[in-house]
Ligand binder design. Structure first.
Ligand SMILES: Nc1ncnc2c1ncn2[C@@H]1O[C@H](COP(=O)(O)OP(=O)(O)OP(=O)(O)O)[C@@H](O)[C@H]1O
Length: 963
């Protein structure tokens, strides 16, 4: 019976595991050679053969010659073991080949030969040995549970030098031998079966035996006519719970050779003779190989390839294997020569040295498993436990959150402290003594504190909660950014608070000081003005009729003026001191402004800022350049500043709005009132309004918003303070101007007195240098035209132009106003000529303006007026104006086109008059009380009218203190 398993050829298996000869030290070992002497068989006994051989001990077999025989050949042979006829196969196995056979279980190739004359008992012995080995192998497997064994079996025979697969008879009679670089010679397509267990293996072995060529000879009824090789491949691996990845793999060959024979003895002919020839030929090659190997591997060529037997068994002959040869002998005297040849062969064989090694293999599958395990182990060792790492991160985050909470609380306390500082000392003081507007601004400067923290009535707990949530959100989302922002904000708050306190303290002192001095000066000037008006009123009288009275009056005036001049001189130092003090205030304010953080609004002034940098590197760029610009304009344009006018508009008409700045630079516009700033600054309200969508903005955005709010509030404060200081300076300047005018008049009087004019008696006394009404009218027209032209070249506010133009119509009392306006415009013209388009910047402590800044302000003013056009005029009225002013009705932006035509031709009186009328209508200047000379009053007494649009030179103070 043939077992077929074409899918698992031996050649494939042979190539599968890679032997690792270097896996352990090779061990040189002689081939174990044992001799088994069988009993005389029935045929020998029948032939009365004598026993010629005797095992005298376990290792020695001796020839027992017949009594008269002289033996020239050696008669004693020593081997590893000799077994007498009484020995059992079990003894042969146990004492002769067991160790070698079971070496295969440890990865060492092993080969058990049975060599001997035909009918000497080779097959008989090898069957028993194979059986015992299989038994022991499975016994070992059972006793070695830690390892996983796999046993495969293949069987072949070499019959007449043809290789035949004993487990696959259909494979043909002559399988090819292939040379494998690792395994050596392998049999192509040789079937290899995996034994499921010992019984299975035994059955397979039996199949092989059954397939072997057997023939009857004279010496053996069942003579084996071929060399049989049964190969067990034993592979063992430690089980998966072990880290060991190496497997043992070894071949255990059971080789039952065909028996050497003599044709004369076997009486063979024909087939048997031919078989005998092949058998003897292969055995002779085996003998040659053994002989050569016995004398040393370096003895030259080993003719393994001379026979298929030696070729297949090459590793077992002097190679990587443990080999045991059982030489079987017939004890019969009739076979003495054959037996002696066997012993000679055995003697040579025992001199052959093998280099047996433990064959360890690492299969790809095992290697992958091992590497996977190793990688997992290394990763586990390298990577911390994810859970513990997460816990660690959570702990770190909790620490950071706690630190941020502390920072937040600290910042909160500082904000509260700052708020108290800003509120209590200054606001209360200013409130009780001055303007609610100031209070509003100052309280708003603490917008971070009261408003944002929801302590203002308009910002209840809702806002406070929003801020708290924002702070918490900042803590959790951007801790480092928040810490940075908080620290930055704290620093700014501290700096701003200190500067604000310092500036406001100085301001309080200056206000108090100025008020004291101002009261005196104002009273004096008021007195003088009354006297001047009296003089003016008297002057038109007929000279001859009223000269006495005039002289009398002039005398008294002279006396009074002298007194007043003396007083003014005495006040000169006070004025100088006041100016100096105001300079200090201005410096403080500048410092305060410089301490403020810049914000996005600065982009509006990017061009300005760049120029400022270029012009004054030492000077820090003022973030409030816009407000500075406005104040500079106020300074230059006062007393008829457009700021005043628009403030009037704002407060008088609720529908009025500040012109929307194209670039969101509402701070820059001079039309923004002090009231409007808080509206803008009530960005805090914006925060509150965002409560419905909490956490949508990033912390940085919130912080920027807070900064912006704070800055806006601070800007408003600074704007108010700067405005106040500017107005103070203006008032001082006007006071000096007034003083100079009065001094000039007094000097003229003194000169006249020195010239001997008797004002009371001298009829030739020249007339007081009073212009006649006609000359004044001429002078007025000339001066007004000068002023109109200067307004145009200096790009002065058209609202201011309108106010001035409509107020001063040529009344003699207007003289001083026109002179002051001319003086200011001349200065401005000269200044603009000098500075040109340069960036407005502080030159020293004086604010300056440029043509560009003036144009920008004028542009915003026109835009504002364009919006007012729709509010104040009907569509028919507007179209009528468009037609009159040649604005295309079908054109776009007709309003701004129309407004741009106003106040554009100083030489056209009609253009000037109509422009003034239209602007006055748009801003409501003609309404009752909205246009008064008090706006340009030279009276320093605070106006009784508390309306904010009453803008005289003293108006900023009224705005600041009385609103
Ligand atoms: N030790 C022994 N004890 C008893 N009987 C034996 C022993 N050895 C061999 N025989 C018997 O001798 C006969 C021949 O044995 P075997 O076939 O094993 O010889 P062989 O060497 O294989 O011959 P061949 O080379 O022709 O195949 C068999 O009948 C066998 O039973």
């Amino acid at each position: 019976m043939t077992i077929r398993n074409p899918g698992t050829p031996v050649s494939k298996i042979d190539r599968t595991p890679a032997s690792t000869p270097g896996g352990s030290k090779s061990r040189e070992e002689k081939i174990v050679v044992t001799v088994r002497l069988r009993p005389l068989n029935k045929r020998e006994q029948s032939a009365k053969d004598q026993v010629a051989w005797e095992c005298i001990d376990e290792h020695t077999i001796v020839y027992k010659p017949l009594s008269q025989e002289r033996v020239a050949q050696p008669s004693s042979f020593t081997f590893d073991k000799v077994f007498s006829p009484a020995s059992y196969t079990e003894n042969v196995y146990e004492d002769g080949v067991k160790n070698v056979a079971l070496s295969a279980l440890m990865g060492i190739n092993a080969t058990i030969f049975a060599y001997g004359q035909t009918s000497s008992g080779k097959t008989y012995t090898m069957r028993g040995i194979t059986e015992k080995a299989v038994y022991d192998i499975y016994k070992h497997i059972v006793n070695t549970p830690e390892r996983d064994f796999r046993i495969r079996i293949s069987g072949l025979e070499i019959y007449n030098e043809n290789v035949k697969d004993l487990l696959n008879s259909d494979s043909g009679r002559n399988l090819k031998l292939l040379d494998d670089p690792e395994k050596g010679t392998v049999v192509e397509k040789l079937v290899e079966e995996t034994a499921n267990d010992d019984q299975h293996l035994k059955s397979l072995i039996r199949i092989c035996e059954a397939q072997r060529q057997v023939g009857e000879t004279a010496l053996n009824d069942t003579s084996s006519r071929s060399h049989q090789i049964i190969r067990l491949t034993i592979e063992s691996t430690l089980r998966e719970n072990s880290d060991c990845v190496r497997s043992y793999v070894a071949s255990l060959n059971f080789v039952d050779l065909a028996g050497s024979e003599r044709a004369s003895q076997t009486n063979s002919d024909g087939v048997r003779l031919r078989e005998g020839c092949h058998i003897n030929l292969s055995l002779m090659t085996l003998t040659t190989v053994i002989r050569k190997l016995s004398v040393g591997k370096r003895s030259g060529h080993i003719p393994y390839r001379d026979s298929k037997l030696t070729r297949i068994l090459q590793h077992s002959l002097g190679g990587n294997a443990r080999t045991a040869i059982i030489c079987t002998l017939s004890p019969a005297s009739s076979h003495v020569e054959q037996s002696r040849n066997t012993l000679f062969f055995a003697t040579r064989a025992k001199e052959v040295t093998n280099n047996a090694q433990v064959n360890m293999v690492i299969s790809d599958k095992q290697l992958i498993k091992h590497l996977q395990k190793e990688v997992a182990r290394l990763e586990a060792a390298r990577t911390p436990d994810p859970l513990s790492e997460k816990d660690y991160k959570i702990q770190q985050m909790e620490k950071e959150i706690e630190e941020l909470r502390i920072q937040r609380d600290l910042a909160q306390s500082q904000v509260d402290e700052l708020r108290q500082k800003l509120q209590e000392p200054q606001v209360l003081q200013l409130t009780e003594s001055r303007s609610p507007n100031v209070k509003k601004c100052l309280s708003f400067s603490g917008a971070l504190s009261p408003n944002l923290m929801g302590k203002e009535p308009g910002y209840p707990e809702k806002t406070k909660n929003t801020m708290a949530r924002q702070a918490m959100r900042q803590s959790s989302t951007a801790p480092f950014t928040l810490m940075h922002e908080i620290k930055k904000l704290e620093h700014l708050q501290e700096q701003l608070g200190e500067e604000a306190n310092r500036a406001l303290e100085v301001l309080q002192k200056e206000v108090a000081c100025h008020r004291q001095g101002n009261q005196d000066a104002a009273e004096t000037i008021a007195k003088l003005q009354a006297e001047i008006r009296d003089m003016c009123a008297v002057r038109p009288a007929p000279k001859e009729v009223e000269v006495e009275s005039v002289v009398s009056v002039n005398k008294s005036i002279s006396a009074n003026l002298k007194d007043e001049i003396t007083r003014l001189h005495s006040q000169g130092s006070n004025i100088a001191e006041l100016e100096e003090q105001l300079e200090n205030v201005q410096k403080s304010i500048d410092k305060l402004v410089m301490s403020l953080p810049s914000n996005a609004d600065q982009q509006c002034n990017a061009e300005t800022s760049l120029k400022t940098k270029n012009h004054s590197k030492k000077k820090k760029l003022l973030p409030l350049a816009s407000s500075n610009t406005a104040n500079r304009q106020n300074f230059i344009r006062s007393p008829c500043s457009p700021l005043s006018s628009t403030r009037q508009v704002f407060d008088s008409e609720t529908e009025n709005r500040a012109p929307e700045c194209e670039d969101n630079c509402s701070n820059e516009t001079p039309l923004v009132s002090g009231k409007d700033a808080p509206l803008k600054s009530e960005d805090g309200g914006d925060v509150s309004s965002k409560e419905g969508t909490p956490y949508r903005r990033t912390s940085s955005v919130n912080m920027k918003k807070m900064q912006k709010m704070f800055q806006n509030a601070a800007e408003e404060n600074v704007r108010s303070i700067r405005q106040y200081v500017t107005e103070l300076k203006e008032r001082v300047a006007k006071l000096q101007y007034q003083k100079q005018l009065l001094v000039c008049q007094v000097l003229e009087l003194e000169a006249n007195e020195a010239a001997g004019y008797d004002l009371e008696n001298d009829e030739n006394m020249p007339e007081i240098q009073e212009e006649s009404p006609i000359s004044w009218t001429v002078t007025f027209r000339e001066q007004r035209q000068q002023i109109i032209e200067l307004w145009d070249v200096c790009f002065v506010s058209i609202i201011h132009r309108t106010q001035f133009y409509l107020l001063f119509k040529g009344d003699p009392s207007d003289q001083i106003y026109l002179e002051v306006e001319l003086r200011r415009l001349n200065w401005l013209q000269q200044h603009l000529a000098e500075i040109g388009n340069a960036t407005p910047a502080h030159t020293g402590d004086e604010p300056t303006i440029s043509i560009s800044s003036s144009l920008k302000a004028l542009k915003r003013e026109r835009e504002f007026l364009a919006k007012r056009l729709s509010a104040r005029l009907s569509e028919e009225e507007r179209e009528a104006l468009y037609i009159k002013w040649e604005v295309p009705l079908e054109g776009k932006q007709r309003r701004i086109q129309f407004i741009n035509k106003l106040w554009t031709n100083p030489h056209d009186s009609n253009n000037v008059q109509e422009s003034a009328d239209i602007v006055a209508n748009l801003v409501g200047l003609r309404q009752s009380g909205n246009l008064s000379k008090e706006m340009f009053e030279l009276n320093f007494v605070p106006p009784s009218d508390k309306r904010p649009w009453i803008m005289g030179w003293s108006n900023p103070i009224s705005n600041l203190l009385n609103l």
